[in-house]
Design a protein around this ligand. Structure first.
Ligand SMILES: NC(=O)c1ccc[n+]([C@@H]2O[C@H](COP(=O)([O-])OP(=O)(O)OC[C@H]3O[C@@H](n4cnc5c(N)ncnc54)[C@H](O)[C@@H]3O)[C@@H](O)[C@H]2O)c1
Ligand SMILES: O=c1ccn([C@@H]2O[C@H](COP(=O)(O)OP(=O)(O)O[C@H]3O[C@H](CO)[C@@H](O)[C@H](O)[C@H]3O)[C@@H](O)[C@H]2O)c(=O)[nH]1
Length: 321
């Protein structure tokens, strides 16, 4: 039996594939819109195609014996989703529906879904638990919450189990040094700061200095990509072992860092000084998102193993190569 990894040529998907291939047979489906085939571990089978294309999904389910689908494939930029909502609803909801319908048709009944802290919107508590109300403030977060709701509806009537993993801000690179965060163009804070410190960008912009946070810049909870990958494997094994089904888990470090603090830590690790442009707020950004991951820790024994310094050090090692 194999695991189908949709979006396995992307940042988080490719890191999860690297962990999976040591134990499992892996098939990757990716249309390479934002991913790179070079990130896919050679022990996995790579299929270039779109998960919204029913014929592509038919072929995969007919050719391989798929036990579970890990679904990373999506458009995932908050600002872009505000500018172009239909792109987000078409790809993140529309294409996912095709995949889900095919799973029911072929009786593939385990699903792990990459969801996001963006489903919470502006949270009503400092530390976000899975009980915190979901009220997304941008189309990206809404597209992910829609799929979460669809999964719950499906599990009520079909032989179908899922785990929703709501990641906070993924960052860092694989310990092998072979893969790291690669987006083109890059929009994520840590790689942008590191690229600037390496002389690859003239300056960095800080989006908003008037948020209700300690220094006025946005606060996020950064979690290492390998810690996310491990959570997927624990979730899968939890489902196959009958320990869990139809659960939603937050994945973060439980510590919030402001944009200024991230820049400061990047400067310390690199030993270089940044040129900063303080800019207006970016559309769709909540002030602060910090996770409580107690639930997955209690139910599956998951713990983050990288703190902020270790996360940024691994990213620095990758970007400096
Ligand atoms: N990066 C983060 O901080 C973060 C945080 C929370 C949630 N997430 C979620 O995690 C997942 C992975 O994020 P990432 O940062 O690795 O993004 P990414 O853009 O690097 O990876 C997404 C991959 O999916 C592929 N893809 C997109 N649409 C597709 C389609 N219709 N058919 C086939 N392939 C398709 C892309 O080519 C890409 O390889 C996304 O679902 C995202 O919403 C990411
Ligand atoms: O050049 C930059 C880039 C980002 N930021 C700020 O840095 C913070 C982090 O931004 P970014 O790295 O773009 O991540 P988010 O927008 O927080 O979103 C990430 O984290 C979310 C979960 O919290 C995921 O759902 C998204 O897919 C993922 O892109 C935000 O406050 C941004 O406004 C800047 O100030 N300057």
């Amino acid at each position: 039996m194999a695991i189908l990894v949709c979006g396995g040529a992307g940042y988080i998907g490719s890191h999860t594939v690297k962990e999976l291939v040591t134990t499992y047979e892996v098939v990757v489906l990716d249309n390479l819109t934002t991913g790179f085939e070079s990130l896919v571990d050679e022990r996995a089978t790579f299929v270039k195609g779109d998960l919204g294309d029913p014929e592509v999904v038919d072929t995969i389910f007919k050719t391989y014996s798929i036990d579970a689908v890990f679904h990373f494939a999506a458009n995932s930029l908050v600002g872009e989703s505000v500018e172009n909502p239909l792109k987000y609803y078409r790809n993140n909801v529309g294409a996912t529906l095709v995949l889900l319908e095919k799973m029911i048709e072929y009786n593939v009944n385990r699903f792990i879904f990459s969801s996001t802290a963006a489903t919470y919107g502006i949270p009503n508590s400092e530390l976000i638990t899975e009980e915190t109300a979901t009220n997304p403030i941008n189309p990206y977060g809404r597209s992910k919450l829609m799929i979460e709701q669809i999964l719950a509806d499906m599990a009520r009537v079909h032989d179908f189990q899922y785990v929703v993993l709501r990641y906070f801000n993924a960052a860092g690179a694989h310990h092998s040094g072979e893969i790291g965060e690669s987006h083109d163009p890059e929009s994520h804070l840590i790689p942008i700061v590191l690229q600037h410190l390496l002389g690859e960008r003239e300056q960095i912009s800080v989006f908003g200095t008037d948020y209700e946070t300690s220094d006025g810049t946005c606060v996020r909870d950064y979690i290492h990509v390998t810690d996310l990958a491990r959570a997927h494997i624990l979730s899968y094994e939890g489902m196959t072992g009958g320990k869990i089904a139809n659960q939603t888990y937050n994945l973060g470090n439980g510590a919030g860092y402001s944009v200024n603090e991230i820049i400061e830590t990047c400067q310390q690790i690199s030993g270089k000084q940044a040129t900063i442009n303080y800019a207006p707020r970016r559309a769709g950004d909540p002030a602060a998102l910090v996770a409580s991951s107690d639930k997955i820790s209690k139910e599956l024994g998951w713990q983050p193993t990288f703190d902020l310094t270790a996360i940024i050090s691994s990213a620095w090692a990758w970007h400096s190569k």
